[in-house]
Design a protein around this ligand. Structure first.
Ligand SMILES: C[S@@+](CC[C@H](N)C(=O)[O-])C[C@H]1O[C@@H](n2cnc3c(N)ncnc32)[C@H](O)[C@@H]1O
Length: 259
């Protein structure tokens, strides 16, 4: 995780929710993190007294991440809007061109907003494996997907095609077979810009910010049967030879490598 070890995170509950202690203790044991009784402590007080970078908070539903940047939780986000109009295909789908029975690897899952968009196209038995190297984020996204909180029907259906795996993509891909996936997708973190959104700052507090390595791109090309797509920002990845570029807004693009 960015700039901190997993040990500097603690698992707790909302204020005075002693009834959730057992659930939080279980989560702490599963993720090998410390559990702390919340009592009536504020987030800041707990972060300070535990010398913690963030709190992973068990609730009645899906858990959430709480840092000094605010709360951050799984949310279907814009995936519903991005897939609502079949006539206006989302730029990511135009870049990947997924087929209904495809086996897709999302190597940088995050909170699965892109994965949900991709999975809407996997209507013929296709599956998506989503890799997330931050164990807390992987846990939160998996449980968010499994909860019944997703409102858009097509996204709820798509969520059942996603398998969240808590793993580093370099290690995972080294063990994968040649051509095991039809498509591989990367959406790596980029260095912070002055105009970073509040949501992005909250994600940064927990996400793995290591840059995408050349070795990972090579491994992806080896394990993809059809395409590797990298979400890029203008000025980045100039050294990758993309077969084509799909623009998405002024500074974002999807670079496509046909294999
Ligand atoms: C920009 S976010 C991806 C957002 C995602 N596309 C979404 O729609 O929610 C990048 C994510 O990749 C994860 N990540 C970075 N390096 C990784 C690696 N080597 N293996 C697996 N996940 C990684 C980060 O922790 C972060 O959650």
């Amino acid at each position: 995780m960015s700039g901190s070890s997993a040990e500097s995170w603690v698992v707790t509950t909302p204020r005075k929710r002693f009834d959730l202690n057992a659930k939080a203790e279980e989560t702490a044991a599963r993720l090998n993190l410390r559990f702390v009784v919340r009592g009536d402590n504020s987030v800041d007080k707990l972060l300070d007294s535990m010398n913690a970078k963030g709190l992973y908070v068990e609730t009645d539903g899906a858990p959430l991440i709480q840092t000094s940047e605010g709360a951050f939780r799984f949310h279907e986000n814009t995936s519903g809007q991005r897939t609502k109009n079949p006539g206006a295909t989302d730029a990511l789908l135009r870049a990947l061109e997924p087929r209904p029975s495809d086996n897709v690897l999302d190597a940088t899952l995050g909170i699965a907003c892109d994965a949900l968009v991709i999975a809407t196209a996997l209507t013929g038995g296709g599956k998506l494996v989503g890799l997330e190297s931050c164990p807390i984020l992987a846990d939160m996204t998996r449980r968010g997907i499994e909860s019944c909180d997703i409102k858009a029907a097509n996204i709820r259906e798509a969520s059942r095609r996603i398998n969240v795996v808590s793993a580093d993509h370099s290690e995972y891909m080294r063990r994968a077979n040649d051509g095991e996936f039809d498509l591989v997708y990367f959406d790596p973190m980029f260095p912070e810009t002055v105009a970073g959104s509040a949501a992005m700052r909250r994600m940064r507090a927990v996400a793995d910010e290591r840059p995408l390595s050349a070795e990972s791109i090579s491994q992806a090309i080896r394990i993809a049967a059809r395409r590797v797509v990298v979400k890029g920002r203008r000025g980045y990845f100039n050294d990758i030879r993309f077969s084509k570029i799909i623009e998405s807004g002024r500074s974002i693009y999807y670079g496509v490598i046909e294999v």
